[in-house]
Ligand binder design. Structure first.
Ligand code: TYM
Length: 400
């Protein structure tokens, strides 16, 4: 019998079109892993809700990301492709796992602090974190702005996505490593609390290299949708060239072998991802001997990026128009993803009810009956109709 393949799971939030950060940090790895692993790739629409997107955009965003997955080369014959909210067991397990997670550890997560600051409209403090003042702001003591609780429990939901599929490998960009570390911690905590070996500890995956952080074009940190510094897979030729030509640089090196400034380093980093090694070396040498012309570097960079993105863009436009195909892929993916996921609430419930205290606590003091899906092994034989999650009630959330 052939060896069982390791399970891979990863996802991307449906908050807009995919950019080069998503592509090099995640999507391109998804495509390369398909032949060697049991791959599951999903669209994280529940995570997208944590930043309160416009309900009218939800449907279009899910559809766009799916078209982008397929156009980039994820093959539904090789991988399971699904929407997070099509697996209702994820929401059930999210509730249960949250009982084992501390608010303190969630509040210390870098991405929470970052997103909470954005939601409150406050900048990063100059000298490290002033946690006390920040916590007051989050609670709303000083303003009437709100940070939603879903943002806080984002890592729990992400851990559930991974654990419910028993994933071994989770290909993600560098910015997600802290979430993965939390996932491992939650898995260990859960296993040891109940004395079970339910969850493997998942690891990032990068074909032997380091997880990447794709920089933005504005000279600052990473490329990100909320930073407004993205090159999108769907950008047309003119738009993309224009964005690259406007990328922030500096005045140029004045002496041989000068240190490279952050904005210029960002362009070299992008080049390392998209251009041939001799091309990168050529521009690095030109920088070192002060003969570099940033205009030439940008032209070359745009050319090399377009070689990657334009064929994908063409396929995205075709696939987006094929609702029947999109619908088929999603229905099949929902069934495949629910098959392992549907075993988990029961397995968790079994752990829970093995403990007399918890059983008394859950069963008689609070008089809470377990939800139907936890009372009986259920799932695949009686799946909830595809796309009917009550969580996503915006009509019509799905049209395919
Ligand atoms: P999202 O949508 O923020 O990012 C999706 C993927 O793109 C990677 N990424 C980047 N990589 C390198 N450089 C960048 N500038 C860059 N920007 C984005 C992210 O690292 C990520 O891999 N929380 C996840 C979605 C998620 C998930 C999961 C992932 C939800 N549940 C379970 C894996 C497993 C996220 O960051 O989405």
């Amino acid at each position: 019998m052939a060896d069982k393949k390791e399970i891979v799971l990863s996802g991307i939030r449906s908050t807009g079109n995919l950019h080069l950060g998503n592509y090099y940090g995640a999507l391109s790895k998804f495509v390369r892993m398909q032949d060697d692993y049991d791959c599951n790739f999903f669209i994280a629409d529940l995570h997208a809700l944590t930043t309160n997107p416009d309900p009218r955009e939800l449907h279009a965003n899910v559809k766009n990301i799916l078209a982008e997955y397929l156009a980039a080369g994820i093959d539904p014959e090789k991988s399971t492709i699904f929407i997070q909210s099509d697996v209702p067991e994820i929401a059930e397990m999210y509730l249960l796992l949250n009982m084992h997670v501390g608010i303190g550890e969630l509040m210390r997560t870098a991405s929470f602090k970052d997103k909470a600051r954005k939601a409150l409209g406050i900048g990063v403090p100059a000298q490290g974190d002033d946690d006390e003042a920040f916590e007051k702001e989050i609670i709303g003591a000083a303003t009437n702005k709100r940070v939603n609780a879903g943002l806080l429990t984002y890592p729990t939901l992400m851990a559930v996505d991974i654990l419910i599929q028993k994933a071994h490998k989770v290909p993600v960009g560098k910015d997600q490593e802290q979430h993965l570390e939390l996932t491992r911690r939650f898995a260990r905590r859960f296993n040891s609390f109940y004395g079970v070996e339910l969850f493997p500890e998942p690891a990032n995956f990068d074909f032997g290299g380091k997880p990447v952080k794709v920089p933005g074009l504005d000279g600052s940190g990473k490329m990100g949708k909320s930073e407004g510094n993205c090159l999108y897979l769907i950008d047309d030729e003119k738009t993309l060239r224009k964005k690259v030509m406007r990328a922030v640089t500096d005045e140029g090196p004045k002496e041989p072998n000068s240190p490279v400034s952050q904005p210029v380093q960002n362009l070299f980093d992008l080049m390392e991802l998209t251009s041939a090694p001799d091309v990168v070396q050529h521009f690095k040498d030109a920088y070192a001997d002060c003969s570099i012309r940033y205009g030439d570097l940008k032209k070359q960079l745009a050319e090399d990026i377009l070689k990657v993105t334009l064929p994908i863009r063409e396929r995205i436009l075709d696939i987006r128009n094929d609702d029947a195909y999109i619908g088929r892929v999603l229905r099949r993916g929902a069934e495949e993803a629910r098959e392992p996921a549907s075993r988990f609430p029961q397995a968790l419930w079994n752990c829970w009810w093995r403990f007399p205290f918890l059983s008394r606590f859950g069963g008689s003091i609070l008089q809470i009956p377990p939800p139907p899906s936890l009372r009986e092994p259920h799932g695949y034989t009686c799946p909830r109709p595809y796309g009917s999650s009550p969580l996503l009630f915006f009509p019509p959330y799905r049209g395919f």
